[in-house]
Design a protein around this ligand. Structure first.
Ligand code: DP6
Length: 325
């Protein structure tokens, strides 16, 4: 059976950075995110008994570095299926992969949902999230719809994401400011392993439970300015840990700083805009619908900004009928 899934990428408001268990990808702390309407991956999977290997095509290329992680993920599905049948996989992103736009989140979420359906298995949302997490941590947050929390958990079975609020709860936007489409030098998977070498890492963990609680309250009451302040400080905390880990990680480019400063200037002019940043140079500007045009116009004048992608909160992962092969 052939199955195709569409999965939306997500932007973390409270970040997953550091793991307490490597193999199962159990995170050091919980995290909170929003699924993004215009950044998504579409993946078709078919298990085919006549294949002698997995046949994997990602964004039109056959020999991707990610292929061994995809094969390992297919192995997890084969364990559930209790059959060693190889699969054909074709996957396409709506955006440049590996530039800090969470291609692994939407990628492994789409692979999980399509793979499980192609195997003829029926898993709950929780089970899909647990499975997706083992491919890429942030992928577990791209399974449920809307605004999502990943509870860290202490075992594989209690580390999964669930919906906090539907996508219609809050009409906040994410203007992704694309600064580079190059592949990043250090993958997030490597960075996750060195996070605990920062002297600030333990301080972060000491405060994170309270921060997650506050973030959820501010989302519930739609308190945009307090929420914005909290998530901007969280992004700066993440990059402080990256700067002070060994080997140090410097993902920001000069244009990233240009956009960060422009966001602060916009606030001085009375526009409610806040930035958040993942493991890459691109800046996510979180704002209200009514301010999009004004912010976009300003940001596009900054040297080094290649393009902007506007996103609303969206669904997570779901099956669709349009197969890629
Ligand atoms: C900075 O989910 O890409 O975007 O589990 O190794 O695949 P792996 O890591 P990944 O890490 C995402 C890191 C982040 C923060 C976040 O999305 O929470």
């Amino acid at each position: 059976m052939k199955a195709t899934a569409k999965a939306h990428s997500n932007i973390a408001f409270i970040k997953y950075w550091g793991r307490k268990e490597e193999i199962l990808r159990l995170p050091s702390n919980g995290s909170i995110s929003m699924n993004l309407s215009n950044l998504f991956t579409t993946t078709t999977v078919e298990f085919n008994p006549s294949l002698h290997n997995d046949d994997i095509l990602v964004n039109g290329e056959r020999n991707n570095e990610i292929n061994s992680r995809i094969t390992k993920h297919l192995d997890r599905i084969r364990v559930l299926l209790q059959k060693k049948t190889y699969a054909q996989v074709v996957s396409q992103n709506s955006f440049a992969a590996s530039a800090g736009m969470a291609s692994s989140a939407s990628g492994f979420a789409a692979l999980t949902v399509a793979g499980v359906a192609a195997a003829g298995l029926q898993l709950s949302e929780k089970e899909l999230s647990i499975l997706a997490r083992q491919g890429s941590g942030s992928a577990c947050r791209s399974i449920p719809d809307g605004f999502v929390e990943w509870v860290d958990g202490n075992t594989s079975d209690d580390s999964y994401a669930h919906k906090l609020f539907d996508q219609s709860h809050w009409d906040i936007c994410d203007i992704v400011t694309v600064i580079s489409k190059e592949k990043k030098d250090v993958s997030t998977s490597m960075g996750q392993q060195t996070a605990s070498s920062s002297i600030f890492f333990q301080t972060r963990l000491n405060n994170i439970v309270q921060k997650i609680h506050t973030c959820k309250e501010l989302m519930k009451t739609r308190n945009f300015d307090e929420f914005g302040k909290l998530i901007e400080m969280e992004a700066l905390e993440l990059h402080t840990i990256m700067f002070t880990s060994w080997p140090s990680l410097i993902y920001l480019e000069p244009a990233s700083l240009g956009v960060m400063k422009a966001v602060k200037r916009l606030r001085e002019e009375g526009i409610s805009a806040y930035f958040t940043i993942d493991a890459g140079p691109n800046i996510h500007i979180i704002c209200l619908q009514k301010d999009i045009d004004h912010i976009e116009k300003r940001i596009k004048t900054i040297p080094g900004v290649l393009e902007t992608i506007i996103n609303n909160a969206s669904r997570g992962s779901y099956l669709i009928d349009n197969h890629l092969f």
